[in-house]
Design a protein around this ligand. Structure first.
Ligand code: ZN
Length: 92
């Protein structure tokens, strides 16, 4: 447990800036990094990985929306077909 200079317990937070991707730090006046400095390779690679992940999540959400819509439409068509069949049977 880390206490702030003001006496409160510090909270560990995570930075997602390009300069400190995934690097944790203490909040409140007693600000200090939990993790050591990021190496240059991490600084080059991690931001791109995060952007790619975000793009994939966006694409996945769109695809899920499309799939949900198609399932909804298919259910509506089934319902219409069933209703038409019922009407046809009642007329016989
Ligand atoms: Zn404080």
């Amino acid at each position: 447990m880390v206490l702030c200079a003001c006496g409160l317990q510090c909270v560990v937070r995570t930075s997602w800036t390009n300069r400190n991707p995934g690097r944790r730090f203490y909040s409140c006046p007693l600000i200090g990094w939990v993790d050591p400095l990021m190496c240059d390779r991490s600084l080059d690679i991690i931001p791109g990985l995060l952007r790619n992940r975000d793009a994939l999540e966006d694409a996945l959400a769109l695809e899920q929306e499309r799939a949900d819509w198609e399932e909804h439409r298919a259910n509506e068509e089934d319902t219409r077909a069933n209703q038409a069949e019922l009407r046809a049977n009642m007329e016989v």
